[in-house]
Ligand binder design. Structure first.
Ligand SMILES: [Zn+2]
Length: 205
């Protein structure tokens, strides 16, 4: 089973939405084995089992959503935005306004969240005229719909921020390990074209 740092983001999301007491109330509803994990005086940098993380996401969906996991997508967007403004802010700088960064940045960020697997964009053209992209989660042992839905939001926001200029993307999972596929695959399509000027100044030709 994989271990995840991303759980820490999910807990922060609950705390911002519901406050300290709200967080405690929600975590009270976790299964006993997850409570034991959380009560081990976990530091912000520690990693959680995949099962505990998925249970936290399920509680977030019940508390703040309507059972369709759309709030998990929101947690993914929120996490990507937060991390690209702080820890990984180098990728949101203008000099990096290039879709080819999608080859490297999401993979590096993945390794900060998950102790196994990788997130890859197999084909990224070297032009802003890219209107669609496919991302795959490979070599990852676990899959659960709350995490996959979170990744839809996370990948979409990463595409938007890295490409920059106000472009908007919509990402949906098209193959899932949870449904018996060999890996989870996500298809992203640009739904709004933004301002290309920041990007054009860095073009080579
Ligand atoms: Zn999946």
């Amino acid at each position: 089973m994989a271990l995840l740092q991303l759980s820490v983001m999910s807990l922060k999301y609950i705390k911002i939405k519901a406050g300290e007491q709200g967080l405690k109330n929600i975590l009270e509803r976790l299964p006993e084995e997850d409570k034991i994990v959380l009560n081990m005086k976990i530091l912000p940098t520690e990693w959680y089992p995949f099962r505990t993380y998925v249970n936290i996401l399920t509680l977030i969906d019940r508390q703040f959503g309507n059972g369709d996991l759309s709030v998990c997508r929101e947690v993914g967007e929120w996490s990507a935005e937060r991390d690209l403004k702080a820890v990984y802010n180098i990728y949101s700088k203008e000099i990096f306004k290039d879709p080819s960064i999608l080859r490297t940045a999401p993979s590096i960020m993945w390794k900060g969240y998950y102790d196994k697997g990788d997130l890859v964009f197999p084909e990224i053209p070297n032009t802003l005229d890219v209107t669609e992209a496919t991302a795959k989660v490979i070599d990852f042992p676990d899959a659960a719909k709350p995490n996959c839905t979170l990744l839809e939001g996370w990948i979409g926001k990463v595409m938007e921020i890295i490409i920059g200029g106000g472009h908007k993307a919509r990402v949906r999972e098209v193959k899932c390990r949870a449904n018996g596929a060999d890996y989870c695959e996500f298809y992203g399509v640009r739904v709004k074209r933004g301002d290309d000027s920041a990007y054009i100044s860095h073009r080579r030709f």
